[in-house]
Design a protein around this ligand. Structure first.
Ligand code: NAD
Ligand code: IPM
Ligand code: MN
Length: 350
């Protein structure tokens, strides 16, 4: 039987609550298949920092790197917690993993599932994929401050865009579009961010020549937010930089019926490093510890993980179970674990 080594990082806040349900579903869908997941849990995040002062050690990173894939809940403590002032868990843990493991393609699919209470009255058939660059842009941390704390402070954040980095994610997005509905929208802000915008636009133009069947268009990011609300069915694949992709995909989660439904995969397409699957949402300190979180995003992240590992039947089974759970929703609140149980029951019924 095939063995898959899976690193599980539950993280902070609702992270452990949603990961418990995701693991429940993973166990159920692989119970009778001949793939075995050998799971190693890594207790990383704010609690670990408060106990030990470590965010992610080299040993942690080496151990995580030795796995075939990673499942992560969410990390980040209570914003403003003074005890976390010296730590930047998001940067030191989440971004460190994405950067060290070269997760340059951050896949964030959005569907409006049948029966879902989307805040949009008439969304139409919504099924798009945001391909968010994952290793560059304003996220690289190539900034700095001078005269910090004085009235003359200067705080710089630099967006790094390399020809290599832009080309590889754009090519990946074209490949995804080719396997979908042959439409690709570049989202940027070329009218203001002229250097980065020019690189992105020229790269899309060049790669487009290799994919003549893909129809390409362009939107400024501000206009993209309009159409995500007024006409989201127009989109197939959107490709964009790290920061725009972050913002657009929270909006995408909201229109799809809630951020608790939005899954993602941080992919290293070269297969050199393990890819990492996680909900788009964060640790939600406002609802943590109350069994109020929707674990569907984490469970759909398991579906993306299974698909990435070539386990197409298992992935489809999870998606189908989620789809029927969503269709059966009545609107009343269910505890986090009840959603996981219902999805497992639906898996078992098929
Ligand atoms: P958030 O996504 O945690 O929460 C935003 C809102 O969405 C909150 O009202 C929350 O209750 C709600 N929400 C989130 N997930 C939900 C779910 N599964 N079911 C129901 N409601 C849900 O974003 P935030 O408040 O900006 O950030 C909180 C912390 O999480 C911060 O420390 C932030 O840095 C961190 N964060 C981590 C990740 C990650 O680990 N990938 C992602 C985003 C934010
Ligand atoms: C996300 C999160 C992260 C990001 C933060 C926590 C670093 O918002 O995964 O969307 O900005 O990428
Ligand atoms: Mn985000």
């Amino acid at each position: 039987s095939r063995q898959v080594k899976l690193a599980v990082i539950p993280g902070d806040g609702i992270g452990p609550e949603v990961i418990a349900e995701a693991v429940k579903v993973l166990d159920a869908v692989t119970r009778d298949s001949d793939v075995r997941f050998e799971k190693t849990e890594f207790l990383l995040g704010a609690d670990r920092f408060l106990k030990t002062g470590d965010v992610l050690t080299d040993d942690d990173l080496d151990a995580i790197r030795g796995n075939d894939a990673i499942l992560l809940g969410a990390v980040g403590g209570l914003p403003g917690d003074p005890r976390l002032a010296g730590a930047n868990i998001e940067r030191g843990l989440l971004l460190k993993l994405r950067f060290s493991l070269d997760h340059y393609a951050n896949l964030r699919p959005t569907r409006i599932y049948p029966g879902v209470p989307s805040p949009l009255a008439n969304p139409g058939e919504v099924d798009f994929l945001v391909v968010r660059e994952g290793t560059e842009g304003p996220y690289v941390g190539n900034g700095g401050a001078i005269r910090q704390g004085t009235p003359h402070e200067v705080a710089n954040e630099v967006s790094v865009n390399t020809a290599y980095g832009v080309e590889r994610v754009v090519r990946f997005a074209f490949e995804k579009a080719s396997a979908r509905r042959n439409k690709l929208t570049l989202v940027h802000k070329t009218n203001v961010l002229t250097f980065a915008g020019s690189l992105w636009q020229r790269t899309v133009n060049a790669v487009a020549a290799e994919f003549p069947q893909v129809k390409v268009d362009y939107l400024h990011v501000d206009a993209a937010t309009i159409f995500l609300v007024t006409d989201p069915a127009r989109f197939d694949v959107l490709v964009t930089d790290n920061l725009f992709g972050d913002i657009l995909t929270d909006l995408a989660g909201a229109i799809s019926g809630g951020i608790g439904l939005a899954a993602s995969g941080n992919i290293n397409p070269d297969g050199v490093f393990p890819s990492m699957f996680e909900p788009v949402h964060g640790s939600a300190p406002d609802i943590a510890g109350q069994q109020k979180a929707d674990p569907t995003a984490a469970i759909l992240s398991v579906a993306l993980l299974l698909e990435h590992l070539g386990l197409a039947a298992e992935s489809a089974a999870v998606t189908a179970a989620v789809t029927s759970d969503i269709a059966a929703r009545t609107g009343g609140p269910r505890p986090t674990s009840a959603v996981g149980d219902a999805i497992v029951a639906s898996l078992d019924a098929h």
